[in-house]
Design a protein around this ligand. Structure first.
Ligand code: PMP
Ligand code: GLU
Length: 399
């Protein structure tokens, strides 16, 4: 008898970002020399002081349910949010999960019901859309492009709100575009959010990766109402501390929402790994050593960013708006559409991606996954040498 799958899983696509990365790694394992610009993760290893804290936790017997340093981690998160983001949360309003992806998943599951709407500005990070679909909700997309710096206006947000709206996803700096909202732009969106009592996820996972002079500003810090009733702040240690494999993310927000998230998580994963919590605790508490490591990584990302943008500008038919945050270059490849390369006509970003991988052995992520079919995403969280190698290949392909 054929297996009958639940509707919720039939409605979703696998994560395109993870799929591209897996495909590139599989080709590398076969001995094919692929240059990978797919993975959205720092290429640095976790700073040693954090690694040592994880090892010490494990060898010290922190191998049970309920990490020994679980409460200390929550307090460290509360202190971080206060110190760096002017967000005043109590420890009971914080839920630590297995990555920020898991934090987002919890929030969507507890707020979005069958038929409910969630507003997502495009280009969006691929999992926002699929998480809404998994909950049976309807993603309502606000389109943006280069002309607005890939940012939405308050008027666009207001127009997207309906009586069925349950949630709004806000992400600055943005994956995949690298767009960063200015404090004034965030304040203008906050007015609409307050006026319509719009529950909002502020995904601030790339907050430490901003190049140039825009200061980060946490949406939830703008008023008591936003903080206490409307905004769920999501963050984690993956990007800032090069800890993607440790799987620690967190959400902080209005008490009833966080209580519901705790209840859900208690039946899904319980707490994240105990030694991972110890590592995250060290990352957030040992400010001197962590800040030094972050500064070093940020400087490297900025150098690579400038280099990659320069090299993308040299590609015929490809254009790019300078990204100001995160570690992604979101290149517009629509100027190549209609051209034939190696006998195959490029009609979409997906075609471009396939040809880049098959003929040039360069892995990028197709914009279709981010709701933006004219673009491809290249991660510059890799060495300048590999950026040159990959961009040389793309230049030769498009010549
Ligand atoms: N939000 C955004 C915008 C991201 O790019 C990522 C990276 N995967 C996440 C959340 C989740 O990160 P993680 O689960 O590794 O903490
Ligand atoms: N956030 C990263 C990306 O967009 C990691 C992969 C994932 O979790 O989707 O590539």
């Amino acid at each position: 008898m054929p297996i009958s799958f639940a509707r919720r899983i039939q409605q979703v696509q696998p994560s395109a970002t993870l799929a591209v990365d897996a495909k590139a790694k599989a080709m590398q394992a076969q001995g094919i020399d692929v240059v990978g610009f797919g993975a959205g993760e720092p290429d640095f290893t976790t700073p040693q002081h954090i690694v040592q804290a994880g090892i010490a936790a494990m060898s010290g017997g922190d191998t049970h349910y309920g990490a020994k340093r679980g409460n200390e981690l929550k307090d460290a998160i509360v202190a971080k949010l206060k110190r760096e983001n002017e967000l005043d949360y109590a420890a009971e309003q914080v839920v630590v999960s297995c990555g920020a992806k898991h934090s987002l998943y919890n929030i969507v599951q507890v707020l979005v019901d069958e038929g409910d709407e969630a507003i997502i500005p495009a280009p969006y990070w691929v999992s926002y859309l699929e998480q809404v679909r998994l909950a049976g909700g309807k993603p309502v997309i606000i389109e943006t492009g280069e002309e607005t710096g890939f940012k939405i206006s308050p008027e666009q947000l207001e127009r997207a709100i309906t009586p069925k709206t349950r949630l709004f996803f806000f992400n600055s700096p943005s994956n995949p575009t690298g767009a960063v909202y200015t404090p004034d732009e965030i304040r203008a969106l906050a007015q609409v959010i307050e006026k319509h009592n719009l529950v909002t996820i502020s995904d601030e996972i790339y907050e430490r990766l901003i190049y140039g002079d825009i200061s980060p500003l946490s949406l939830g810090s703008l008023s008591k109402k936003l903080l206490e009733e409307l905004v769920i702040t999501v963050n984690g240690v993956s990007k800032t501390y090069a800890m993607t494999g440790w799987r620690i993310g967190y959400a902080a927000g209005p008490k009833p929402i966080m209580n519901a998230a705790k209840k859900l998580q208690s039946h899904a994963t319980s707490d994240p790994a105990a030694f991972s919590q110890a590592g995250a605790c060290e990352a957030l508490k040992n400010l001197r050593m962590s800040d030094e490591a972050i500064m070093h990584m940020c400087e490297a990302f900025d150098e690579r960013r400038k280099h990659m943008i320069k090299r993308i500008h040299e590609l015929p038919g490809v254009s790019i708006l300078e990204p100001l945050g995160a570690f992604y270059a979101f290149a517009n490849v629509s100027g190549v559409f209609g051209r034939k390369i190696g006998g195959i006509e490029i009609k979409s970003a997906m075609d471009f991606t396939n040809i880049a991988l098959e003929q040039a052995k360069v892995a990028v992520v197709p914009g279709e996954a981010f709701g933006s079919p004219k673009h491809v995403r290249l991660s510059y969280a890799t060495s300048v040498e590999l950026i040159d190698k990959g961009l040389d290949r793309l230049r030769d392909l498009l010549k």
